[in-house]
Design a protein around this ligand. Structure first.
Ligand code: AMP
Length: 172
């Protein structure tokens, strides 16, 4: 994991002062590392009978799509407000400053399907929590959350209490 960590680039004060942005593009351009990350996520959820991988715009798509393919599961995108063309369910949630809104198509998930939620990074947990609420609104069962990076000092896990959470690389 130390090798993977070294491939993630810190960008201070992006997108706003005080935030250290974890830039994964430097990991993605290493073919071996990218493949290894996907393989590790697959290993973790291979035996969980995942029906649907729900990935969060936009960096969640990068990992969610190959994960769905490898798990032989469907892929469902969760997008920012106004991007999805058909009828949606919508969830507004709090950011550090202000609010944001996520959407999913109403017909994206069938009642009782087993859903794995994927994003590149767990920070405060608000985005992941809102996504779980969208999935559950449609009758899906959240099997767990998979993240490549977890910023442990922001305690995102507390917002996801009761769910199974896996992260590959942690920053304490
Ligand atoms: P949160 O809702 O606070 O858990 O934020 C998670 C979402 O914001 C994810 O989709 C991340 O891609 C993005 N994000 C939050 N903080 C960072 C960070 N320091 N570096 C990169 N992405 C971040």
């Amino acid at each position: 994991m130390e090798h993977l960590k070294q491939l993630i680039r810190d960008i201070p004060d992006f997108p706003i002062p005080g935030i250290i942005f974890k830039d994964i593009t430097t990991l993605l351009k290493d073919a071996h590392a990218f493949g290894h990350v996907v393989d590790r996520l697959v290993d973790e959820y291979r035996d969980h009978q995942v029906d649907v991988v729900v990935a969060i715009e936009s960096r969640g798509f990068i990992f969610g799509a190959p994960l769905a393919y490898k798990l032989n599961a469907c892929f469902v995108p969760v997008r920012k407000f106004g991007k999805l063309p058909a009828q949606t369910v919508t969830k507004e949630y709090a950011l550090e400053y202000g609010t944001s809104t996520l959407e999913m198509h109403v017909d994206a998930i069938q009642e009782g399907q087993r859903v794995l939620i994927v994003d590149d990074l767990l920070a405060t947990g608000g985005t992941a929590r809102a996504t779980a609420e969208l999935v559950e609104t449609l009758g899906g069962h959240v099997v767990g959350f998979a993240f490549v990076v977890e910023l442990c000092f922001l305690s995102g896990r507390e917002k996801l209490a009761g769910y199974s959470i896996f992260s590959l690389i942690q920053y304490e």
